[in-house]
Design a protein around this ligand. Structure first.
Ligand code: SAH
Ligand code: DHB
Ligand code: MG
Length: 230
């Protein structure tokens, strides 16, 4: 697996911010413990990023969330915390072991009624969701296999409503966006998606760089434009 390289002072600053400002609740912290116990990789979003997702859900008034890449449900729980009473979240995961741990965490967080985990390759699930003719999503978080990032962005535009928010995780990847040789497996998909974000007629986007426990990385935030581009 690709090695992320956090500096000790980035980790310390993140811990300070998490304790002083972010205040992760018991359930999100427990999700991290359960993931570690199950031997899953610690590749969930950082606490301050999780809180940002929750706040973005609330600020945008999202009621229907789509997540691509569940892992142990850490980001799922953060976003779920931002949903109103009648809100729903669909999250895509292809590894049954991950989905099992995630379900236990999500249920323990009291979100079992709102969250649906869809098991299988995300591209299959996304096609199935379109077939089901559901109401469009208000908020889409893309955080799975980086090779398919561009495909996930296209699906976000198809399944999201005009004005919906799209968040794409992992946009710097230790600088691999500048030097793909650092990670020939994942860098091309990340770079391709960034170019698509900048060029897509239905997306208006920015990218924020981050440092912290997950190393030097970042995320993109985009808004889905209506067909006529306004
Ligand atoms: N969003 C999570 C982290 C997701 S890690 C959090 O922040 O807490 C990426 C997850 O995507 C892993 O669990 C991996 O198994 C899953 N994944 C990778 N490729 C996938 C695919 N093609 N379809 C569905 N899930 C996939
Ligand atoms: C990895 C994947 C992620 O989505 C992430 O946020 C950090 C690391 C990884 O596969 O290494
Ligand atoms: Mg990620």
């Amino acid at each position: 697996m690709f090695e992320h390289k956090p500096r000790p002072e980035w980790i310390a600053a993140e811990e300070f911010l998490s304790t002083a400002v972010v205040h992760p609740d018991e359930a999100v912290q427990q999700a991290i413990h359960a993931a570690a116990e199950a031997g899953m990789p610690a590749i969930e979003v950082a606490p301050n990023a999780g809180k940002l997702l929750k706040l973005l859900v609330q600020l945008s008034g999202a009621r229907r969330i789509l997540e691509i890449g569940t892992l142990a449900g850490y980001s799922t729980i953060w976003m779920g915390r931002g949903l109103p009473r009648n809100g729903t979240l669909v999250t895509c995961e292809y590894l049954p072991q991950h989905a099992e741990v995630a379900w236990a965490n999500i249920d323990a967080a009291g979100l079992g009624e709102k969250v649906e985990i869809r098991l299988g390759p995300a591209l299959d699930t996304l096609a199935a969701l379109e077939e089901e003719e559901r109401e469009p999503f208000d908020f889409i978080f893309i955080d799975a296999d980086k090779q398919n990032n561009s495909r996930y962005l296209d699906w976000a535009v198809r399944l999201g409503r005009p004005g919906a928010a799209v968040v794409l995780d992992n946009t710097i990847w230790e600088g691999a966006v500048l030097d793909p040789d650092i990670d020939p497996v994942n860098a091309p998909g990340i770079i391709e998606a960034l170019k698509l974000l900048g060029a897509h007629p239905r997306l208006d986007a920015t990218v924020i760089q981050t440092v912290g426990s997950k190393g030097w990385d970042g995320f993109a935030l985009a808004r889905i434009l209506p067909q006529n581009n306004k």
